[in-house]
Design a protein around this ligand. Structure first.
Ligand code: HQG
Length: 217
């Protein structure tokens, strides 16, 4: 990525590479050309970093030292991302879905859910004691297969379910416009011996959901 510089009447402005908002303006040509590191506005910088953190902590593509509960040394992550502790703390605290959690001493950090199965982690999620109906947002093209074969984990360690229709709708919309909401009978699953967990950030997790517990809403 290179800085985007726009000149107007001899004065330069630097625009965000993603959203094109002005990051800095009223610069001389020399000043503008000297700003080689100004690529993203604060908001896009934070969003970008947050996406990278999700990727690193959920799938560990860069082989960060990770324990069996998914914890990574905060210092290792900072080094990998080239951001400060202050920036990381801001990202963790303001994340819309509380996707990341620090250990109490903040020396370690992990993703709250969404990990790859291939990492073989053993995170002790809280078991839901009184499960109810849960929701899963998907797109129309998947529905027949889901009703037949059940919800599978794909490359993730768990099937992800939502506690409310609104959240499930947002999850479904990530895949396409024709969202279908499925209702999962968590109570019956529990009675039949299936384990249902809840991550710290309120996502419902199951190892699998057979088709017999799923209905179209
Ligand atoms: C579908 C986001 C055909 C399933 C969200 C989904 C969530 C099947 C897709 C979290 C199937 C997998 C997870 C079957 C499942 N036949 N299709 N038998 N079984 N599917 O992205 O649940 O923003 O891996 O319906 O908020 O959409 O990243 O799972 O459409 O909590 O924090 O296969 O990701 O969180 O897609 O989303 P995904 P998901 P973040």
């Amino acid at each position: 990525m290179k800085p985007i510089i726009k000149f107007n009447g001899g004065r330069g402005a630097i625009l965000c590479n993603k959203c094109r908002v002005i990051i800095k303006e009223d610069l001389t040509k020399e000043e503008a050309n000297g700003e080689t590191n100004l690529l993203l506005c604060d908001e896009c910088f934070m969003k970008n970093a947050s996406r990278k953190i999700s990727y690193l902590l959920r799938h560990n593509p860069e082989d960060l030292k990770m324990d069996s509960e998914g914890w990574v040394w905060t210092g290792d992550l900072l080094k990998k991302l080239g951001i400060t502790m202050q920036e990381l703390t801001y990202i963790v605290e303001t994340n819309d879905k509380k996707r990341f959690a620090f250990s109490a001493d903040k020396l370690q950090i992990r993703a709250s859910q969404g990990h790859s199965e291939k990492l073989g982690l053993d995170i002790k999620f809280n078991e839901v004691q009184f499960p109810k109906n849960y929701y899963h947002g998907t797109i129309k093209v998947n529905v027949d297969s889901i009703l037949k074969k059940g919800l599978n984990t794909g490359t993730r360690a768990y099937v992800h379910l939502s506690k409310d229709v609104e959240t499930a709708t947002q999850v479904g919309l990530r895949h396409g416009k024709d969202v279908v909401i499925l209702v999962i009978d968590g109570n019956q699953m529990k009675r039949d011996g299936f384990m249902i967990y809840e991550s710290e950030n309120g996502v419902i997790l199951a190892e699998s959901v057979p088709g017999e517990y799923i209905k179209i809403k």
